[in-house]
Design a protein around this ligand. Sequence first.
Ligand code: HEM
Length: 331
Amino acid sequence: MEIQSERELAAITRLKDLFLGLQAERYVDIDRRVQRPVFLKPQGHARGVFTLQPNLPEELRIGVFTQREFSAWVRFSSDTVPQVPDAANSTLGLAIKLLGVPGRKLLEGEGQALTHDFVLQNHDVFFSDDAEAFADFIEASLSSAEAFEEFLASHPATDAILQEMAKEEDSVLLARYSSTVPYAFGNRFVKYAVRPGRGTRPPGPQAERGPDFLRRDLRRRLLKDGAHFDFFLQFQKDPEAMPLEKATVRWSEELSPLIKVATLVLPAGQDIDTPGQPEAIDNLSFSPWHALEVHAPAGSINRARRAVYKASADYRRRRNHVPISEPLEAV
Ligand code: HEM
């Protein structure tokens, strides 16, 4: 859990500076509110109910997986700026905030918070192995088109994962999400996965594909049908084949099948355009470090996220005159 080396510490400092720079730059474009530096195109949010599977075996009853039910807030987003059409960027984020979770949380200054977050995206590996590789990637991507091309040519694994991530998505309610990086589960390690439950229908052939079709699709579906997701754990079975420190390595589902532990239901009748609510959800901070210690984030990428998410979330909320606090229930 602790930072592993001087090099890692230096990489985390670089990442913090790079992300705060990106945040300041992207602020100029959008309605005078400071946004997240990434995943800043909101696709909508929902109120949900996170319910444990009945008769969960004793060995899975740890931390948040001991309480039968939590209410939750969910934020769907795209990893781009709001002006970019949905078809041009298909990296989706799913952030889940469980409410009313007792126990001390890991994030500095927020130990008493009654929330536990899961932060996922619609791909099961990350495109950089560790904090240092990710800082190099971001620096190259922000320098020049030629430098970035050169970087990708000399990092074929990163390039290949970025190409996989460019897959098309029809609906944020039909995407398959993963934590992509690992977390402790007591004295073992897991990745989290969230998949659409049965009953979420694909869009018809005539479905509209305007610049904001994902948001419109979500609004329509949540008003009428609501949505249903299944929540899974995937255990680390072999530290060589399923490493903690190399985030580009896929954890094979043959070696370690997903185990369903909960459902996440988003009840019908919710309007994502309810006045004031989109801003209130955007003002929240979802962080892997809003977590109980038994579920501590693991690996270099996660260690970097601890300081960077806090710096970003505190900065935007200070600048937007929003309190830096975790919700109890209503937002
Ligand atoms: C060192 C690696 C990473 C860094 C530095 C980083 C940085 C950030 C930052 C600064 C934010 C905005 C925080 C805020 O203002 O509230 C953010 C949001 C987000 N990140 Fe990362 N990230 C990293 C890795 C990842 C990984 C591995 C995932 C995969 C699940 C991920 C998924 C997301 C998502 C979905 C959001 C939006 C959460 C929300 O809706 O509030 N990030 N990231």
